[in-house]
Design a protein around this ligand. Structure first.
Ligand code: PLP
Length: 406
């Protein structure tokens, strides 16, 4: 005789984990990057001309690529010291002194990282206690707010306005001063607006940081890409080197995004804290990129200047074209983005960007990807090659004539 079935058999559903429930709350609640969302859609389409990507249209200069190849031929395929090759740290120290006038000790005040992205992440995790606030001008680079959240801090965007050329004003910053604010995250020249903090304003901002005892995280990745005045680092102001971590890298000015090489320079105790995180998470930046990095910093200046001039021409072309088409737009002082207003056209940033993509096959980034105060704007990169910019402008003007007849 068959044994009687177990009374619970078949009644309990097998446990199927949904995966989602394991994800930490602060990660689950993190919004997806507005740029990624948009470009997932772009990937599904054909024949798009993109002004959306924040990446140089040029290839890395040949002498730099060659050094990566030589290093590979020599069998340099291992780890390096956690903080980076000594030769590279010395080259960074000399480069930073030329660029900012500030000298950093290659042994204690420089950390080589996997792009500025990793440097920022390490710095935030090194300084933020849970719940502490980090201030930054908004619209801001897409990684700032999530980076602060991932470090268990609270991001506080300080809105800036088109009418004020998106400048961060010292008085508005001072209004945010309260216990619990740990640092100011500064980005000049800025992504997405191309704005640079004016010298007088920089001094006032530095004064507030000293008075309030804030750390300054200064993202200077676009320092070489300026078109009117040279870049001024906040670390070069009196009493500021001691409280500032400066971030820079090879991605933009040297057209080396895929090499993933950046660095942080700052006070020895803060760099030591970042090294603690970096040594357990990343170990070191890729050796081939570090070898190429030495060449870039020692022999790349002429190529950087040639690329800067090309960017300047492309900036002038795109700015003139957008202005002629009726977009209110500032001519950016640095970086490689225009951030025109679309106020005259009565659409939200997302609606405008989606229609432009679907109807004219031109990709730009809706301003809201950079925070709520980016509403009413688009980010148009002038980093692609000139032919692509011309094609995009041609499509845009035909579409504008049809969609918004005068
Ligand atoms: N900081 C800013 C302001 C940027 O615009 C970018 C890239 O777009 C980064 C940092 C990331 O730089 P990296 O490629 O060195 O990680």
């Amino acid at each position: 005789m068959e044994p009687a079935p177990h009374p619970r058999r078949g009644k309990i559903l097998p446990f199927v984990p949904d995966g989602e429930s394991w994800v930490a709350r602060h990660v689950r609640d993190l919004p997806r990057s507005g740029i990624r969302d948009f470009f997932d859609l772009v990937q599904t389409m054909e024949g798009i001309v993109s002004l959306g990507i924040g990446e140089p249209g040029e290839c890395t200069p040949w002498n730099i690529r060659e050094q990566a190849i030589f290093a590979l031929e020599l069998g340099k395929t291992g780890y390096t010291s956690n903080i980076g090759l000594p030769r590279l740290r010395r080259a960074i120290s000399r480069y930073m002194e030329r660029l900012t006038g500030v000298r950093y000790d290659p042994e204690e005040e420089i950390l080589v990282t996997v792009g500025v992205s990793e440097a920022l992440d390490c710095a935030l995790r090194a300084i933020v206690n849970p719940g502490e606030q980090i201030l930054f001008a908004e619209p801001s680079y897409v990684a700032y707010s999530p980076g602060v959240v991932l470090a268990h801090g609270v991001p506080v965007g300080v809105p800036t306005r088109f009418e004020d050329t998106f400048r961060l004003r010292a008085e508005e910053l001072a209004e945010k001063a309260r216990p619990g604010v740990k640092a100011l995250l500064l980005n000049s020249p800025a992504n997405p607006t191309g704005t640079m903090v004016k010298e007088e304003e920089l001094e006032k901002i530095a004064g507030i940081c000293r008075r309030e005892n804030w750390v300054v995280l200064s993202d200077e990745i676009y320092a070489e890409l300026t078109y009117e005045k040279p870049h001024r680092s906040i670390a070069s102001l009196p009493g500021m080197k001691e409280r500032t971590i400066v971030f820079n890298g090879l991605s933009k000015a040297f057209a080396m995004t895929g090499f993933r090489l950046g660095w942080a320079c700052g006070p020895a105790p803060l760099i030591a804290a970042m090294v603690k995180i970096h040594q357990y998470s990343m170990l070191c930046a890729p050796i081939l990129s570090q070898e190429a990095g030495v060449e870039a910093l020692e022999h790349g200046a002429a190529e950087v200047e040639a690329m800067r001039r090309i960017y300047q021409k492309k900036r002038n072309y795109l700015w003139r074209s957008l202005t002629a088409l009726g977009f209110p737009c500032h001519s950016p002082e640095g970086a490689f983005y225009l951030f025109p207003s679309i106020a005259p056209f009565g659409l939200s940033s997302k609606e405008f960007a989606l229609r432009l993509l679907r109807e004219a096959l031109v990709a730009v980034v809706p301003g809201t990807a950079f925070g709520p105060s980016g509403e009413g704007h688009l980010r148009c990169s002038f980093s692609p090659r000139m032919e692509e910019l011309e094609e995009a402008v041609g499509r845009l003007s035909r579409w504008m004539r049809k969609s918004f007849p005068k």
